[in-house]
Design a protein around this ligand. Structure first.
Ligand code: MRU
Length: 330
């Protein structure tokens, strides 16, 4: 299996090759492969690769070994729910296999369905969301919720793409998204490829631009949307949502059904804490003094009162979010 290596763009367009489940875990952990929906799809195929390692013919032992690999995959990035959702789906498909010979095929069938469904979901999100975008809008987005984060087409960027395909003039403001710069490296790369006008800002400029009326809408992706309407997304989303509320800018979240988690409470969400070096360095250059440490939470949680609406592949979820989410996804 191959995927675009998100750590080296835009300097190089390189591919990460994953020949076994260990390499899948490593690609996800190192964020060569990233973005909640894409991690889900790649994780699903990771479990297919894990099946190749199983040598026993005993059913229970097969299931035990597969479970171990499923858990390995799921813990590589604990915050987004898509990974768990996809891996559990493939794991469940193992019970359909009549024999060891058919196991890998059954798992692959399920992973292929996930890939197809997620690509279809991205286009649906685009279509639902495009109706909320007006001609001449400037859309602010955070992190990268585009092709490079999904099975293709994107979530937040799917909406921009679909609006542009409908003939609307849309320009994008992309936050650079410290520490790993998914905005300036990946979102800007994708949009430039599609010739959609994009300007990069440093993360802390978002509120000032809203204050002077330069942002019409905010559209971001999500890693986990809870029953209550709380939205977990890349660190830095919450301050953008707070500023949007203050300045009256609509704040939309775009995500497929695989990002919706009706079971977990906000207090139970595990916020991934990443290597402090991601903050202390920019690229390979250390920018902080040698004797100073860093905190590096990778995600934050935006409360429902800051969210205008959630654009999903099943339609737009409005307020009250909890009720609307339950009726669409319960
Ligand atoms: O740490 P990352 O780059 O995997 O974080 C990605 C995000 O937070 C995205 O906004 C989210 O996964 C949605 S992508 C369609």
């Amino acid at each position: 299996m191959e995927a675009i290596d998100c750590t080296v763009l835009p300097a190089r367009l390189a591919y990460v090759r994953m020949r076994n489940v260990e390499q899948v875990c490593s690609a996800i952990r190192s964020m060569k492969v990233r973005g909640a929906p894409l991690i889900g799809v790649v994780g699903a195929y990771g479990l297919v690769l894990a099946a190749r390692k199983i040598r026993t013919r005993d059913r229970d032992e097969t299931s035990r070994q597969l479970r171990k690999w499923a858990d390995w995959l799921i813990q590589t990035r604990p915050t987004g729910v898509n990974l768990r959702w996809a891996v559990e789906r493939v794991f469940k498909a193992s019970s359909q296999a009549g024999s060891m010979a058919s196991l890998e095929g059954e798992l692959r069938k399920e992973a292929d369905s996930i890939l197809r469904e997620e690509l279809d979901a991205a286009h649906r999100i685009g279509n639902y969301g495009a109706s909320l975008i007006d001609d001449d809008d400037t859309v602010l987005t955070h992190c990268n919720a585009g092709t490079l984060a999904t099975a293709g087409y994107g979530t937040a960027l799917a909406i921009v793409r679909a609006a542009v395909e409908q003939g609307k003039r849309v320009s994008v403001i992309a936050t650079e998204t410290r520490p790993l710069l998914q905005g300036s490296r990946l979102t800007a790369f994708e949009l430039a490829q599609d010739r959609i006008p994009v300007k990069i800002i440093c993360d802390s400029a978002a509120a000032q631009l809203m204050a002077r009326g330069a942002v019409d809408k905010v559209v971001v992706g999500a890693d986990r949307i809870l029953r209550t309407g709380h939205v977990t997304n890349k660190i830095g989303t919450l301050p953008i949502a707070l500023a949007a509320k203050f300045y009256g800018v609509p704040f939309y979240v775009a995500a497929p059904a695989s990002t919706v988690d009706l079971e977990t409470d906000p207090s139970q969400v595990v916020i991934e804490e990443r290597d402090p070096r991601e903050v202390l360095y920019i690229g390979s250059r250390r920018v902080a003094p040698r004797n100073v440490g860093a905190l590096n939470p990778a995600f934050d949680i935006t409360p429902p009162e800051l969210v205008t609406g959630i654009i999903t592949d099943r339609g737009v979820v409005g307020h009250p979010l909890e009720e609307s989410l339950r009726s669409k996804f319960g």
